[in-house]
Write a protein that binds this ligand. Sequence first.
Ligand code: BES
Ligand code: MN
Ligand code: ZN
Length: 494
Amino acid sequence: MRIETSDESLTELQVDAVVIPVGAGNDLDGSGQALDRALNGALSDALPNLGFSGKSGSVCVLPSFGHVPAARIVAAGTGEQGELTLDGIRKAWGAAARKAREAGARSIASTTPPASFGSAGVRAASEGVQLGLYRHLEYRSQRDDDRDVERFVFTDSGDEERDAIGRAEPLTRGIRLARDLVNTPALDLYPGRLGGRAWEMADEHGLEITVHDRAALEEMGAGAIVAVGQGSAREPRLIHLIYRPEGESLGTAGFVGKAITFDTGGVNLKPADGMRNMKIDMGGGAAVIGAMRAIAELKPPFTVHGVVAAAENMVSHTSYRPGDVLTTLSGKTVEITNTDAEGRLVLADAMTFTARQGVDYMIDLATLTGASIVAVGDEAASLFSTDDELAGDILRAAEISGERMWLMPLWDAYRSNLDSDIADIVNSGTRDGGAIKAALFLKEFTHGIPWAHLDIAGPAWSTTVDGYRIKGATGYGVHTLATLLDIREHNQAG
Ligand code: BES
Ligand code: MN
Ligand code: ZN
């Protein structure tokens, strides 16, 4: 799909559908009023009669009865005027674009969001459109590709808007890649294949990449990744992507992702319900790969290492077991108390590896614990950090990105729950405070580098369709990572 700008008006454009934002109480903006005049007031009459009230997130399709070239008019509720946010814009445009496609439109036009948002508004609207129209059709034997939207036009737009749209595209392509990777069933997406997908992406975008296979991981001493992956015939990988800016580098970031391509729980096997959706357990790794793709195109002035620990946690005669003691890449030993607490193990090695790249800070993303979902629900991530400034910047980036997260404590008081009788630490403590204990485990592998951890077990997946989110993988995390680099660039500029 192409996103274009135009100086023609909605009443003249040759498109299949036009989208108009409608505020609470069916408040029309300039473009809506012009359309209403072209329809002799039929629009403002019809909306309330259809039970439409401009509620945020609501959408409604009306026919234009030949009064304008576009046959369909899509009203997109934007709610109370003072309450509209960038994410509200994403949602409204995402839902409207999907509704237009459902009604058979292949070309759509809309005006720009309220001018008070500046170019950030158009950017958010294009993000909403591109993400809301996302579909994963690869596994349908009968594709309905013929109904894909080909063109979305923003009217009343010029150079500034074109620029803003240009920044939305790399970002949404990164998010869509992350969604694709997570949505792909584990049968077809295993560690080696994930490495291959990362390789293709790196090749296309000029990123450096090394994929360490099992032999290399053994040689390196990454005993935790090797152990978690040893129950599967499909061997583990450590994927290392590097983005280097063209000019001077203002610093070095490390993004680390958990990519368990399928989590059976291992010998501590998950019950059927808990295993059903465990192809999502590479959501953190997918977010890192998606973010690296976005970064390669957005070109921030920082060096960025993307490190993804990929393994399949399977049950077999070669699986690691409870009671085993592993030696991690850091040299620290871990006694296994539960093979289902595998994410923190692969992350331990990946974090040590990342720390050795000389990063100024690192952020890991992982579908790490069910306990995080219990704590903050399935629409938010739990954020943990050893560095207040980093946490603050991440929270600001998340706010702009529309990714909900909540800062959680790293209380030392719970650390003794991870003490082992025979090794340096156990991998799993008691259930209570499980997300915190997982984070405390990871903290042991930060090597003094400012660090933040995002437990994305909940928001990596959506069970409902809402705005620009559809059922399935969300690509959560890509947006915040990319935006964080923007924020840090501005911080450094003064
Ligand atoms: N991948 C799971 C966590 C998860 C749960 C992700 C639900 C997405 C949705 C993780 O590896 C896991 O199994 N965690 C255990 C930890 C426990 C054994 C300490 C859990 O949450 O029960
Ligand atoms: Mn697990
Ligand atoms: Zn897992």
